[in-house]
Structures are given as structure tokens and as C-alpha cells.
Design a protein. Sequence first.
Lengths: 136, 98
Amino acid sequence: MDQPIKKPSIKLSVYGMIVTAVGGVSYFLLTDIPFIRNTAAPNIALVVVGMAMAVWGVVKRRSKGTIIAAGVSAFVGLGLIGSLTILMKLPEAEAIARTSDLLPDFTLPNQDGVPVTLSSYKGKGPVLLVFYRGHW
Amino acid sequence: MKDAGGAVIAVSADSTKDSKKVVERYKIPFDIVSDEGAKVIKQYGLLFHEPMGRGEIALPANFLIDKNGKVAWRYISSHVQLRVDPAETMAEIEKLLK
């Protein structure tokens, strides 16, 4: 009697999809934590591992289930990586504030509408420039 | 700072009307300038995009600029809720004014 050949299960791809989803979704839920927001290291790791698992699952068993799981995985995984690339790109202006010795001059109205120019203090005295949130 | 011929300038995106209210309410002895439209905030690279799409906000930051217009000390917060430590700021000012 022939034993039916046992096909590898689709579980690996499904787990891979779940791992990817956890990595991706958790990033957006945990952005208040500076480590997560600035590096997204655990999220990237989860997403990469998840995608690898899902794809490996397809290699081991090519079926509708594994292909769908791998597809969702890729979508979420690449979506996270894509979003991070956009979110974490430091605009050039930021580099100026962080490293440049000379800051951009400006003239802005004070609370009485009188214009205040930053460079007007040059040669006169030091300035403490405080950027604060206000009401926004 | 005034005695040293300098100034403290606070910058926010509030309107001059709102800044005036703040100055009067807290009896603030220095200037609060209005960067409506956040133009200067953007120039300084302090505009921060909230990832959840909650909008744009300025990162708290302090710059201590010496008499020659050069930056003697700076602190840029990594998070909108992290304010600059006033004690550290005072210490840096004192260092500069020595």
C-alpha cells in the first residue's frame, strides 16, 4: 500500500508572515521609545527573519497558502523598510544645526511686533537661542 | 546675559499675539520671537515629523552663541518631549561668560 507522500506544511510561511507582521506593526506602536524610533533594530530584525521564514516555506512547499503568506510577508516587510528609509532620512538642514559653527541668521517679530535680528548681537554679546514648542 | 551685552531669544511658531500672552503671563524678561510658518525652525533642521502622522513639531533646542556669532554650545533634543536641562544651560552660559 502506498503511503501518501507527506507534504511539508505551510506553517513555516505562515509563522514567517506573523513574525514579519509583528515586526512591522510593533514599530508604529512603540515609536515613543527612542531606541525603537531611532534605530528600529528589533523591528528590522523581526521583519527580515519573518520574510526569510516565509520564503523558505515557499521553497519547501509551493502552494497557494505559502505563496500568499510569503506575499503578505514581503508586502509588510518591504513596507516597513521603505517607511523607515523615508522616515529616518535626515534632511540636510538638520546637519547644519547639529554641526555648523555658524547658524542661519534671521529676523523675526517679537511679542510686540518689533523685529529681532540674530546677527545684531554679533560683536556685542552672547545669545542664548531657545527653540521651544509653544502651543503649536 | 543682558549685562554681557547679549540676549536670550526664544523662538516658537506661535503668533506674536500668543507670544505676548506668554510674556505677560509669566513676566518673561526676554524676547519671544514668532516663527510663524516655522520657516526658521525648518532652516535650523528642527522640524520633526511625527511618524504617526500627528503633524510637524519643533524639537526643543538651545544654542549658545558667543560674541563672535559662533556656536559655543548646543543641545538638540532627540524627542519632542525631552526638554533641555535648565541647569546644564546655565552652566554653559556661566562658562562662556567667565
